[in-house]
Design a protein around this ligand. Structure first.
Ligand SMILES: [Zn+2]
Length: 325
């Protein structure tokens, strides 16, 4: 399913660029996962090649089959840490040649933050001296990991979480969901349409997610020894460094949401909490904190995330954060 939910301004901007023939040679779609960056990028490149998406022309037919000879997808290979310089060189060799259908050549680079330094430098040459009728679309969750030289060569489009009403409307219209069911999906997916759709299609995953949050809520009651054991297990040394950073970022984001829920409950604003399915447990947990402590924890979460950006050891950051819970 390739539904687009929200992001009207970005879509309007991109469509206007096509209409006015004001296409940039490089775009950077950035923002957290599950917001629809890739879906919109694919839609954008389809419209560049066939504005009406007629489904009949050579472009549309090739795109449908994922075999368009002028469209290149660069992904990090599964067993590799980075997008490699070889991948970029290979691409550049192809870009020198004429386009097959006399149209634009479009390159979509997923997880651009995983470009190796060599690959990024190599790519930079293409961005600095762009071939005519060639468009790069870079997709990244974390632009802090992208070289500034690359970023400065792109038109940046920042993706933000989608408005609750857009997600609710979508599920009501497309799947005839009741408003409260749609609202629960929007909330638990923290306004990320991709995640909402995944949860809707895969109830097991949703249950697993709920179970995980329940474990989070039980975490503060555990003794220090148990807590450190959990940290040890969560941020295993078997994982790659970057993987552990990502895991901890997610944990901290999840805690951020839980603490915000606790603050709402403290202020009798229970109807606004995200984890309404855990309202009773949260009500119990909130008794352990006063509002000032909760605000301090929020600050600590923000600080911990900043440490992670400076490549601090994730385990130390997690242990340190835990002492405040
Ligand atoms: Zn077409």
């Amino acid at each position: 399913m390739n539904s687009i939910i929200g992001h009207e301004k970005i879509i309007y901007f991109l469509q206007k660029s096509i209409k006015n023939d004001k296409l940039n040679h490089a775009y950077l779609f950035c923002g957290p996962a599950h917001l629809g960056k890739t879906t919109i990028a694919k839609n954008f490149l389809s419209e560049i090649l066939c504005e009406k998406k007629c489904k009949k022309c050579i472009h549309c037919l090739n795109l449908e089959k994922n075999t368009h000879p002028d469209v290149y997808f660069i992904n990090k290979e599964k067993d590799k840490k980075n997008i490699t310089i070889e991948q970029i060189r290979f691409l550049q060799e192809k870009l020198i040649r004429h386009s097959f259908h006399g149209s634009y050549k479009i390159i979509l680079i997923n997880q651009a933050e995983t470009l190796s330094l060599g690959a990024a430098n190599c790519l930079l040459k293409s961005l600095e001296e762009p071939n005519p009728k060639t468009i790069f679309i870079l997709i990244a969750e974390n632009t802090n990991l992208l070289p500034k030289t690359i970023i400065s060569r792109t038109q940046i489009l920042k993706f933000l979480p989608v408005a609750t009403k857009d997600i609710v409307n979508y599920f009501e219209k497309q799947f005839n969901l009741e408003a409260n069911q749609a609202l629960e999906l929007a909330k638990i997916s923290i306004n990320k349409p991709g995640l909402a759709i995944t949860f809707f299609q895969n109830q097991n995953l949703l249950e697993e997610h709920k179970k995980q949050i329940r474990e989070f809520i039980n975490f503060p009651q555990k003794n220090l020894n148990e807590k450190f054991q959990i940290i040890e297990k969560t941020l295993s040394t078997k994982n790659e460094f970057l993987e552990n950073i990502k895991i901890l970022q997610n944990i901290l984001s999840q805690w951020d949401l839980i603490i915000r829920d606790l603050i709402l409950i403290k202020n009798s604003l229970n109807i606004f909490i995200i984890h309404s399915f855990l309202e009773n447990e949260l009500k119990e947990l909130v008794q352990n904190y006063d509002e000032n402590q909760l605000l301090q924890i929020l600050k600590k979460i923000k600080k911990s995330k900043e440490y992670l950006f400076t490549n601090a050891n994730p385990k130390l950051v997690f242990e340190n954060f835990t002492l405040n819970l």
